[in-house]
Ligand binder design. Structure first.
Ligand SMILES: Cc1cc2nc3c(=O)[nH]c(=O)nc-3n(C[C@H](O)[C@H](O)[C@H](O)COP(=O)(O)OP(=O)(O)OC[C@H]3O[C@@H](n4cnc5c(N)ncnc54)[C@H](O)[C@@H]3O)c2cc1C
Length: 385
Protein backbone atom coordinates (compact mmCIF):
# COMPACT_ATOMS: atom_id res chain seq x y z
CA UNK A 1 0.00 0.00 0.00
CA UNK A 2 1.34 3.39 -0.91
CA UNK A 3 0.24 6.99 -1.14
CA UNK A 4 2.28 7.40 -4.30
CA UNK A 5 0.88 6.87 -7.76
CA UNK A 6 2.83 6.56 -10.98
CA UNK A 7 2.24 10.29 -11.48
CA UNK A 8 3.51 11.38 -8.04
CA UNK A 9 6.24 13.61 -9.43
CA UNK A 10 6.38 15.38 -6.06
CA UNK A 11 7.61 12.23 -4.32
CA UNK A 12 11.41 12.19 -3.93
CA UNK A 13 13.63 9.41 -2.57
CA UNK A 14 13.42 11.19 0.79
CA UNK A 15 9.64 10.99 0.75
CA UNK A 16 9.81 7.29 -0.08
CA UNK A 17 12.24 6.57 2.76
CA UNK A 18 10.05 8.60 5.12
CA UNK A 19 7.02 6.58 3.99
CA UNK A 20 8.78 3.29 4.76
CA UNK A 21 9.79 4.52 8.19
CA UNK A 22 6.27 5.83 8.92
CA UNK A 23 4.71 2.56 7.82
CA UNK A 24 7.03 0.50 10.08
CA UNK A 25 6.28 2.82 12.99
CA UNK A 26 2.51 2.46 12.53
CA UNK A 27 2.75 -1.33 12.32
CA UNK A 28 4.78 -1.48 15.56
CA UNK A 29 3.31 1.32 17.65
CA UNK A 30 -0.16 2.09 16.34
CA UNK A 31 -1.76 -1.19 15.27
CA UNK A 32 -1.44 -2.92 18.68
CA UNK A 33 -3.14 0.04 20.38
CA UNK A 34 -6.09 0.92 18.11
CA UNK A 35 -8.65 -1.12 19.99
CA UNK A 36 -7.57 0.21 23.38
CA UNK A 37 -7.75 3.81 22.15
CA UNK A 38 -11.22 3.18 20.77
CA UNK A 39 -12.32 1.80 24.13
CA UNK A 40 -10.72 4.71 26.03
CA UNK A 41 -11.96 7.40 23.64
CA UNK A 42 -8.50 8.92 23.38
CA UNK A 43 -5.02 8.22 22.02
CA UNK A 44 -2.49 8.19 24.83
CA UNK A 45 0.19 10.86 25.10
CA UNK A 46 2.99 8.35 24.92
CA UNK A 47 2.08 7.65 21.30
CA UNK A 48 2.15 11.38 20.43
CA UNK A 49 5.64 11.61 21.94
CA UNK A 50 6.88 8.48 20.19
CA UNK A 51 5.60 9.83 16.85
CA UNK A 52 7.35 13.09 17.69
CA UNK A 53 10.62 11.29 18.48
CA UNK A 54 10.47 9.63 15.06
CA UNK A 55 10.02 13.02 13.38
CA UNK A 56 6.64 12.03 11.98
CA UNK A 57 5.06 15.37 12.87
CA UNK A 58 8.05 17.52 11.94
CA UNK A 59 8.15 16.95 8.19
CA UNK A 60 6.78 20.30 7.02
CA UNK A 61 7.92 22.43 9.98
CA UNK A 62 10.90 24.71 9.20
CA UNK A 63 14.25 23.56 10.60
CA UNK A 64 14.73 26.68 12.73
CA UNK A 65 11.55 25.76 14.62
CA UNK A 66 12.35 22.16 15.39
CA UNK A 67 11.21 20.61 12.12
CA UNK A 68 12.97 19.03 9.18
CA UNK A 69 12.01 21.76 6.71
CA UNK A 70 10.36 19.50 4.18
CA UNK A 71 7.15 20.02 2.23
CA UNK A 72 3.52 19.13 2.82
CA UNK A 73 4.10 15.72 1.20
CA UNK A 74 5.69 14.56 4.47
CA UNK A 75 2.54 15.38 6.44
CA UNK A 76 0.49 13.58 3.80
CA UNK A 77 2.71 10.51 4.21
CA UNK A 78 2.24 10.41 8.00
CA UNK A 79 -1.53 10.69 7.59
CA UNK A 80 -1.62 7.98 4.94
CA UNK A 81 0.58 5.68 7.05
CA UNK A 82 -1.81 6.05 9.97
CA UNK A 83 -5.03 5.44 8.08
CA UNK A 84 -3.71 2.69 5.83
CA UNK A 85 -2.98 0.82 9.08
CA UNK A 86 -6.65 1.04 10.00
CA UNK A 87 -6.76 3.95 12.45
CA UNK A 88 -8.86 7.11 12.38
CA UNK A 89 -8.51 8.07 16.02
CA UNK A 90 -5.10 9.72 16.23
CA UNK A 91 -5.74 13.43 15.61
CA UNK A 92 -2.59 14.10 13.62
CA UNK A 93 -4.57 15.67 10.74
CA UNK A 94 -5.55 18.58 13.00
CA UNK A 95 -2.06 18.78 14.51
CA UNK A 96 -0.69 19.26 11.00
CA UNK A 97 -3.32 21.90 10.19
CA UNK A 98 -2.49 23.83 13.38
CA UNK A 99 1.25 23.81 12.58
CA UNK A 100 0.51 25.15 9.09
CA UNK A 101 -1.52 28.07 10.50
CA UNK A 102 1.32 28.98 12.85
CA UNK A 103 3.99 28.54 10.18
CA UNK A 104 2.04 30.72 7.73
CA UNK A 105 0.78 33.49 10.01
CA UNK A 106 2.49 33.21 13.40
CA UNK A 107 5.05 35.71 14.71
CA UNK A 108 8.61 34.56 15.13
CA UNK A 109 8.03 34.39 18.89
CA UNK A 110 4.94 32.19 18.43
CA UNK A 111 6.81 29.89 16.07
CA UNK A 112 9.74 29.55 18.50
CA UNK A 113 7.38 28.83 21.35
CA UNK A 114 4.93 26.37 19.84
CA UNK A 115 6.25 24.70 16.70
CA UNK A 116 9.04 22.66 18.36
CA UNK A 117 6.54 21.36 20.93
CA UNK A 118 3.95 20.51 18.29
CA UNK A 119 6.66 18.68 16.32
CA UNK A 120 7.79 16.66 19.33
CA UNK A 121 4.30 15.77 20.55
CA UNK A 122 4.86 17.66 23.79
CA UNK A 123 1.92 19.80 22.73
CA UNK A 124 -1.29 18.63 21.08
CA UNK A 125 -3.09 21.17 18.91
CA UNK A 126 -6.74 21.81 18.11
CA UNK A 127 -8.64 24.15 15.85
CA UNK A 128 -11.93 25.48 17.21
CA UNK A 129 -14.27 27.09 14.70
CA UNK A 130 -17.60 25.29 15.11
CA UNK A 131 -20.12 26.45 17.70
CA UNK A 132 -23.48 25.03 18.74
CA UNK A 133 -25.17 27.72 16.64
CA UNK A 134 -22.63 28.02 13.81
CA UNK A 135 -21.21 25.15 11.78
CA UNK A 136 -21.35 25.55 8.01
CA UNK A 137 -21.99 29.26 8.47
CA UNK A 138 -18.68 30.05 10.17
CA UNK A 139 -19.05 33.80 9.94
CA UNK A 140 -22.01 33.74 12.32
CA UNK A 141 -19.86 32.58 15.26
CA UNK A 142 -20.59 34.30 18.57
CA UNK A 143 -17.43 33.66 20.56
CA UNK A 144 -15.84 37.02 21.28
CA UNK A 145 -12.32 38.18 22.05
CA UNK A 146 -12.56 41.63 23.61
CA UNK A 147 -9.56 43.78 24.39
CA UNK A 148 -8.77 44.33 28.05
CA UNK A 149 -5.44 46.09 28.61
CA UNK A 150 -2.80 43.98 26.90
CA UNK A 151 -5.06 40.91 26.89
CA UNK A 152 -8.11 39.54 25.17
CA UNK A 153 -11.03 38.24 27.18
CA UNK A 154 -12.49 35.23 25.46
CA UNK A 155 -16.15 34.33 25.91
CA UNK A 156 -18.19 31.67 24.16
CA UNK A 157 -18.31 27.96 23.46
CA UNK A 158 -17.16 25.59 20.74
CA UNK A 159 -18.44 22.14 19.86
CA UNK A 160 -17.19 18.95 18.14
CA UNK A 161 -13.53 19.92 18.58
CA UNK A 162 -11.12 17.17 17.50
CA UNK A 163 -8.34 16.60 20.09
CA UNK A 164 -10.52 18.74 22.39
CA UNK A 165 -9.70 16.82 25.58
CA UNK A 166 -5.97 16.52 24.96
CA UNK A 167 -5.29 19.91 23.42
CA UNK A 168 -2.62 22.11 24.97
CA UNK A 169 -2.86 24.74 22.25
CA UNK A 170 -6.18 25.69 20.66
CA UNK A 171 -6.56 28.10 17.78
CA UNK A 172 -9.93 29.66 18.53
CA UNK A 173 -11.95 31.55 15.92
CA UNK A 174 -13.49 34.54 17.71
CA UNK A 175 -15.03 37.89 16.89
CA UNK A 176 -12.66 40.75 17.70
CA UNK A 177 -15.22 43.08 16.11
CA UNK A 178 -18.84 42.13 16.73
CA UNK A 179 -20.14 44.76 14.31
CA UNK A 180 -18.44 43.00 11.38
CA UNK A 181 -19.24 39.64 9.76
CA UNK A 182 -16.30 37.70 8.34
CA UNK A 183 -14.02 40.75 8.65
CA UNK A 184 -14.53 40.75 12.42
CA UNK A 185 -13.14 37.21 12.89
CA UNK A 186 -9.65 36.59 14.31
CA UNK A 187 -7.76 33.52 15.41
CA UNK A 188 -6.51 33.62 18.98
CA UNK A 189 -4.27 30.89 20.43
CA UNK A 190 -5.24 29.60 23.86
CA UNK A 191 -2.68 27.69 25.90
CA UNK A 192 -4.95 25.52 27.98
CA UNK A 193 -2.56 24.79 30.85
CA UNK A 194 -3.70 26.95 33.77
CA UNK A 195 -6.06 29.03 31.60
CA UNK A 196 -8.60 30.34 34.11
CA UNK A 197 -12.19 30.23 32.86
CA UNK A 198 -11.41 27.57 30.27
CA UNK A 199 -13.35 24.33 30.64
CA UNK A 200 -13.49 21.13 28.63
CA UNK A 201 -16.88 19.44 28.38
CA UNK A 202 -17.27 15.69 28.33
CA UNK A 203 -15.65 13.50 25.73
CA UNK A 204 -18.47 13.29 23.17
CA UNK A 205 -19.91 9.84 22.38
CA UNK A 206 -19.76 9.38 18.64
CA UNK A 207 -20.93 6.96 15.97
CA UNK A 208 -17.34 6.42 14.80
CA UNK A 209 -13.82 7.83 15.17
CA UNK A 210 -14.11 6.68 18.75
CA UNK A 211 -10.38 6.75 19.38
CA UNK A 212 -10.39 10.52 19.04
CA UNK A 213 -11.28 12.80 21.91
CA UNK A 214 -13.90 15.16 20.49
CA UNK A 215 -15.10 17.79 22.92
CA UNK A 216 -17.19 20.82 23.66
CA UNK A 217 -15.08 23.71 24.97
CA UNK A 218 -16.18 26.61 27.15
CA UNK A 219 -14.52 30.00 27.52
CA UNK A 220 -15.64 32.27 30.34
CA UNK A 221 -13.62 35.45 30.55
CA UNK A 222 -10.46 33.57 29.61
CA UNK A 223 -7.54 36.01 29.61
CA UNK A 224 -5.27 35.55 26.61
CA UNK A 225 -2.23 37.78 25.97
CA UNK A 226 -2.65 39.94 22.88
CA UNK A 227 0.58 38.44 21.61
CA UNK A 228 -1.43 35.24 21.03
CA UNK A 229 -3.32 36.81 18.14
CA UNK A 230 -2.45 34.83 15.00
CA UNK A 231 -1.36 37.26 12.31
CA UNK A 232 -0.17 40.86 12.40
CA UNK A 233 -3.61 42.42 12.90
CA UNK A 234 -7.16 41.60 13.91
CA UNK A 235 -9.84 40.62 11.42
CA UNK A 236 -7.61 38.23 9.44
CA UNK A 237 -9.10 34.99 10.81
CA UNK A 238 -11.61 34.33 8.07
CA UNK A 239 -9.07 35.03 5.36
CA UNK A 240 -6.54 32.74 7.09
CA UNK A 241 -9.12 29.96 7.38
CA UNK A 242 -10.07 30.27 3.71
CA UNK A 243 -6.38 30.06 2.74
CA UNK A 244 -5.76 26.99 4.92
CA UNK A 245 -8.99 25.13 4.15
CA UNK A 246 -7.62 23.51 0.95
CA UNK A 247 -5.07 21.64 3.09
CA UNK A 248 -7.73 20.67 5.65
CA UNK A 249 -9.92 19.35 2.82
CA UNK A 250 -7.06 17.51 1.21
CA UNK A 251 -6.21 15.81 4.54
CA UNK A 252 -9.73 14.34 4.46
CA UNK A 253 -9.12 12.93 0.97
CA UNK A 254 -5.79 11.44 2.13
CA UNK A 255 -7.51 9.85 5.13
CA UNK A 256 -10.15 8.47 2.73
CA UNK A 257 -7.45 6.93 0.52
CA UNK A 258 -5.58 5.32 3.42
CA UNK A 259 -8.81 3.86 4.82
CA UNK A 260 -9.91 2.55 1.40
CA UNK A 261 -6.55 0.84 0.82
CA UNK A 262 -6.72 -0.80 4.23
CA UNK A 263 -10.35 -1.91 3.77
CA UNK A 264 -9.64 -3.48 0.37
CA UNK A 265 -6.58 -5.36 1.68
CA UNK A 266 -8.56 -6.70 4.67
CA UNK A 267 -11.48 -7.70 2.47
CA UNK A 268 -9.29 -9.51 -0.06
CA UNK A 269 -7.67 -11.43 2.80
CA UNK A 270 -11.02 -12.34 4.34
CA UNK A 271 -12.73 -13.39 1.12
CA UNK A 272 -9.75 -15.54 0.16
CA UNK A 273 -10.07 -17.44 3.45
CA UNK A 274 -13.85 -17.62 3.85
CA UNK A 275 -15.64 -20.50 2.14
CA UNK A 276 -19.28 -20.77 1.03
CA UNK A 277 -20.87 -23.38 -1.24
CA UNK A 278 -17.53 -25.18 -1.31
CA UNK A 279 -15.57 -22.31 -2.77
CA UNK A 280 -13.75 -19.18 -1.62
CA UNK A 281 -15.99 -16.10 -1.27
CA UNK A 282 -13.33 -14.44 -3.45
CA UNK A 283 -14.28 -16.81 -6.29
CA UNK A 284 -17.84 -15.49 -6.64
CA UNK A 285 -18.03 -13.14 -9.57
CA UNK A 286 -19.94 -10.63 -7.46
CA UNK A 287 -17.04 -10.45 -4.98
CA UNK A 288 -14.49 -10.00 -7.75
CA UNK A 289 -16.53 -7.29 -9.46
CA UNK A 290 -17.23 -5.40 -6.23
CA UNK A 291 -13.55 -5.47 -5.28
CA UNK A 292 -12.59 -4.42 -8.80
CA UNK A 293 -14.90 -1.41 -8.49
CA UNK A 294 -13.43 -0.53 -5.08
CA UNK A 295 -9.86 -0.82 -6.37
CA UNK A 296 -10.69 1.41 -9.34
CA UNK A 297 -12.02 4.08 -6.97
CA UNK A 298 -8.82 3.79 -4.91
CA UNK A 299 -6.62 4.36 -7.97
CA UNK A 300 -8.66 7.32 -9.21
CA UNK A 301 -8.44 8.87 -5.75
CA UNK A 302 -4.69 8.15 -5.49
CA UNK A 303 -4.01 10.05 -8.72
CA UNK A 304 -6.29 12.91 -7.75
CA UNK A 305 -4.77 13.22 -4.27
CA UNK A 306 -1.28 13.15 -5.73
CA UNK A 307 -2.19 15.86 -8.19
CA UNK A 308 -3.65 17.98 -5.36
CA UNK A 309 -0.51 17.55 -3.22
CA UNK A 310 1.62 18.75 -6.15
CA UNK A 311 -0.73 21.70 -6.70
CA UNK A 312 -0.73 22.63 -3.02
CA UNK A 313 3.06 22.63 -3.03
CA UNK A 314 3.06 24.85 -6.10
CA UNK A 315 0.51 27.19 -4.47
CA UNK A 316 -2.11 26.45 -7.13
CA UNK A 317 -4.62 24.25 -5.27
CA UNK A 318 -7.83 26.27 -5.46
CA UNK A 319 -10.85 25.95 -3.19
CA UNK A 320 -12.98 24.19 -5.82
CA UNK A 321 -10.42 21.46 -6.56
CA UNK A 322 -9.74 20.83 -2.85
CA UNK A 323 -13.52 20.60 -2.35
CA UNK A 324 -13.75 18.00 -5.14
CA UNK A 325 -11.06 15.89 -3.46
CA UNK A 326 -12.82 16.13 -0.08
CA UNK A 327 -16.30 15.43 -1.41
CA UNK A 328 -15.45 12.74 -3.92
CA UNK A 329 -12.86 11.07 -1.70
CA UNK A 330 -15.17 10.84 1.32
CA UNK A 331 -18.07 9.54 -0.79
CA UNK A 332 -15.82 6.95 -2.43
CA UNK A 333 -14.65 5.94 1.05
CA UNK A 334 -18.22 5.43 2.27
CA UNK A 335 -19.15 3.45 -0.86
CA UNK A 336 -16.09 1.22 -0.47
CA UNK A 337 -16.77 0.60 3.24
CA UNK A 338 -20.36 -0.32 2.41
CA UNK A 339 -19.31 -2.87 -0.24
CA UNK A 340 -16.42 -4.30 1.78
CA UNK A 341 -18.52 -4.75 4.92
CA UNK A 342 -21.12 -6.62 2.85
CA UNK A 343 -18.45 -9.09 1.70
CA UNK A 344 -17.71 -9.97 5.34
CA UNK A 345 -21.33 -11.08 5.81
CA UNK A 346 -22.46 -11.10 9.46
CA UNK A 347 -18.86 -10.87 10.66
CA UNK A 348 -18.69 -7.42 9.08
CA UNK A 349 -21.27 -6.25 11.58
CA UNK A 350 -19.14 -7.38 14.54
CA UNK A 351 -16.87 -4.84 16.13
CA UNK A 352 -13.99 -7.31 16.46
CA UNK A 353 -13.61 -7.11 12.68
CA UNK A 354 -11.89 -3.84 11.72
CA UNK A 355 -14.23 -3.35 8.74
CA UNK A 356 -17.09 -2.53 11.16
CA UNK A 357 -15.00 0.23 12.74
CA UNK A 358 -13.88 1.53 9.34
CA UNK A 359 -17.50 1.69 8.22
CA UNK A 360 -18.50 3.85 11.19
CA UNK A 361 -15.32 5.96 11.01
CA UNK A 362 -16.02 6.83 7.37
CA UNK A 363 -19.36 8.54 7.88
CA UNK A 364 -18.11 11.76 9.45
CA UNK A 365 -15.71 12.35 6.58
CA UNK A 366 -18.74 13.61 4.60
CA UNK A 367 -19.59 16.06 7.38
CA UNK A 368 -16.54 17.68 8.95
CA UNK A 369 -14.10 20.01 7.24
CA UNK A 370 -17.16 21.54 5.56
CA UNK A 371 -20.08 19.27 4.66
CA UNK A 372 -20.16 17.71 1.21
CA UNK A 373 -23.13 19.95 0.36
CA UNK A 374 -20.94 22.99 1.09
CA UNK A 375 -18.18 21.41 -1.06
CA UNK A 376 -20.59 21.10 -3.97
CA UNK A 377 -21.69 24.69 -3.48
CA UNK A 378 -18.04 25.81 -3.71
CA UNK A 379 -17.47 23.73 -6.84
CA UNK A 380 -20.65 25.10 -8.44
CA UNK A 381 -19.60 28.67 -7.57
CA UNK A 382 -16.38 28.15 -9.56
CA UNK A 383 -18.50 27.23 -12.61
CA UNK A 384 -21.01 30.05 -12.23
CA UNK A 385 -18.65 32.99 -12.70
C1 LIG B 1 -16.30 14.10 14.70
C2 LIG B 1 -16.29 15.55 14.35
C3 LIG B 1 -15.12 16.28 14.46
C4 LIG B 1 -15.10 17.65 14.19
N1 LIG B 1 -13.95 18.36 14.38
C5 LIG B 1 -13.99 19.72 14.31
C6 LIG B 1 -12.85 20.51 14.69
O1 LIG B 1 -11.79 19.98 15.05
N2 LIG B 1 -12.97 21.87 14.65
C7 LIG B 1 -14.12 22.50 14.27
O2 LIG B 1 -14.14 23.72 14.27
N3 LIG B 1 -15.21 21.77 13.88
C8 LIG B 1 -15.17 20.41 13.91
N4 LIG B 1 -16.28 19.67 13.55
C9 LIG B 1 -17.50 20.37 13.14
C10 LIG B 1 -17.83 20.21 11.67
O3 LIG B 1 -16.91 20.91 10.87
C11 LIG B 1 -19.29 20.68 11.49
O4 LIG B 1 -20.11 19.72 12.12
C12 LIG B 1 -19.66 20.86 10.03
O5 LIG B 1 -18.98 21.95 9.47
C13 LIG B 1 -21.17 21.07 9.84
O6 LIG B 1 -21.68 22.03 10.71
P1 LIG B 1 -23.00 21.69 11.57
O7 LIG B 1 -22.75 20.41 12.28
O8 LIG B 1 -23.34 22.87 12.39
O9 LIG B 1 -24.12 21.44 10.50
P2 LIG B 1 -25.06 22.55 9.80
O10 LIG B 1 -24.23 23.66 9.29
O11 LIG B 1 -26.17 22.88 10.75
O12 LIG B 1 -25.66 21.72 8.59
C14 LIG B 1 -26.80 20.86 8.69
C15 LIG B 1 -27.15 20.37 7.28
O13 LIG B 1 -27.48 21.51 6.46
C16 LIG B 1 -26.69 21.51 5.30
N5 LIG B 1 -26.37 22.87 4.89
C17 LIG B 1 -25.91 23.90 5.65
N6 LIG B 1 -25.69 24.98 4.90
C18 LIG B 1 -26.01 24.65 3.63
C19 LIG B 1 -26.00 25.33 2.38
N7 LIG B 1 -25.59 26.59 2.28
N8 LIG B 1 -26.40 24.65 1.28
C20 LIG B 1 -26.81 23.37 1.35
N9 LIG B 1 -26.85 22.68 2.50
C21 LIG B 1 -26.45 23.30 3.62
C22 LIG B 1 -25.41 20.76 5.69
O14 LIG B 1 -24.73 20.27 4.56
C23 LIG B 1 -25.98 19.67 6.59
O15 LIG B 1 -26.44 18.61 5.80
C24 LIG B 1 -16.30 18.29 13.77
C25 LIG B 1 -17.47 17.55 13.63
C26 LIG B 1 -17.48 16.20 13.93
C27 LIG B 1 -18.79 15.46 13.81
Amino acid sequence: MSLFSATSAWATEEHKMFAEMASRFMADELVPNIERWNDNGVVNREFWRKAGDMGLMAGAIPEEYGGVGGDIGFDAITMYAQTSHGDAGWGYGIQSIVTHYITAYGSDEQKQKWLPKLASGEMVGALAMTEPGAGSDVQSIRTTAEKDGNCYRLNGSKIFITNGQSADLILVAAKTDKSEGSKGVSLVAVETDGAEGFRKGRNLKKLGMKGNDTAELFFEDVKVPMTNLIGPEEGQGFYQMMKQLPWERLTIAIIALGSIDYAIAETVKYTQERKAFGQRVMDFQNTRFKLAECKTKAEILRSFVSDCIAKLEAGTLDAATASMAKYWGSEAQNEVMHECLQLFGGYGFMMEYPIARLYTDARVQMIYGGTNEIMKELIARSLDT
